[in-house]
Ligand binder design. Structure first.
Ligand SMILES: Cc1cc2nc3c(=O)[nH]c(=O)nc-3n(C[C@H](O)[C@H](O)[C@H](O)COP(=O)(O)OP(=O)(O)OC[C@H]3O[C@@H](n4cnc5c(N)ncnc54)[C@H](O)[C@@H]3O)c2cc1C
Length: 281
């Protein structure tokens, strides 16, 4: 039995191996467990998350934002919004954080094989989908069409901009939009919320899988538009975010309608949550 299976609540030390500033408030950390059997082969699927612990400060649920690295490494992309995430920002390469996981349900990548894939992301919501994009662009022939519609508040809020060309070369069609362009900023793509570019998608109902992640209000309107275009609730997948503490279906903090976001989610088919999550449709 692995150490993780023996005590799923026990964080283990992970060393920060690289840090990349994505935007003014968001940073990607590449980490690896320092010791134990997981150090060289930590395994997870895109969509799952870890609980990151900073002793004396707190814990936060953070999505795995990459595919597993060959040497057991994994990425987390973190927006500084509160206690843990601001403290993380002060850490340097070589520093240690504590992590436990992986938890939760993954995106349905296996089900998407051989089918078209439409990814719709808003802001930091692209982080849990980056591993999906890495999988699709590295195994492009396994999938049909691969399209990403990505929206952010301003051009300065877009994540992973240095990877966009690689993603395009890997066969991903990328449509970008921002809510607003500050004066003087350069921007040659769409202006408007992400629903304003949904007509540019060529993936059609019945042929594929749709993955949606972003602020809940954004997901609500995206799902509404998808349903209006004939997509069935079972082919739309969303990732829910709730405040959570244990991550393993014990504390009950993240419950909705008898389910636990930490264990039954965060990735769920829309057919499972339709009418059950207050703020969603
Ligand atoms: C499954 C999952 C995956 C996630 N993935 C990511 C990710 O990849 N990247 C990322 O940056 N974030 C992610 N998050 C969000 C992240 O867990 C939260 O933003 C977390 O609160 C940050 O912890 P913190 O200690 O820095 O912030 P906190 O100190 O918890 O504060 C965060 C914000 O919440 C407010 N807040 C504090 N307490 C409460 C409360 N009791 N009720 C309501 N609001 C409160 C604060 O005012 C602040 O605005 C994810 C969350 C979930 C559930």
């Amino acid at each position: 039995m692995s150490r993780h299976a023996a005590n799923p609540l026990k964080p283990e030390p992970a060393v920060i191996k690289a840090i990349r500033q994505e935007t003014y408030d968001t940073t990607t950390y590449t980490m690896g467990f320092r010791e134990g059997e997981r150090a060289n082969r930590f395994s997870f699927e895109p969509g799952q998350f870890n609980m990151l612990t900073l002793w004396g400060i707190g814990e936060a649920a953070i999505s795995l934002s990459s595919l597993p690295g060959g040497n057991g490494t994994f990425d987390h992309t973190v927006r500084s919004v509160g206690d843990v995430t601001n403290a993380l920002r002060r850490l340097k390469v070589g520093d240690t954080v504590w992590a436990r996981g992986p938890y939760g349900t993954p995106w349905p990548l296996k089900e998407a094989r051989g089918r078209d894939l439409l990814i719709i992301a808003g802001g930091i919501g692209l982080a849990p989908l980056r591993g999906v994009i890495q999988a699709v662009t590295s195994r492009r022939s396994d999938f049909g069409k691969a399209e990403l519609l990505y929206g952010a508040r301003t051009p300065a809020d877009l994540l992973y901009t240095t990877e966009f060309d690689d993603w395009r070369r890997g066969g991903l069609s990328l449509t970008l939009t921002v809510d607003a362009v500050p004066e003087g900023a350069r921007w040659e793509h769409n202006v408007g919320v992400v629903t304003t570019v949904m007509d540019r998608a060529t993936v059609r109902p019945g042929g594929g899988v749709v993955m949606v992640c972003g602020p809940e209000i954004m997901m609500k309107f995206v799902v509404k538009e998808l349903l209006a275009r004939g997509f069935r609730p079972g082919e739309i997948f969303v990732s829910l975010e709730r405040r959570m503490e244990c991550g393993v279906r014990v504390c009950g903090r993240c419950q909705f309608d008898g389910r636990f976001v930490c264990r039954d989610g965060p990735v769920l088919p829309y057919s499972d949550i339709k009418g059950r999550v207050g703020t969603m449709l």
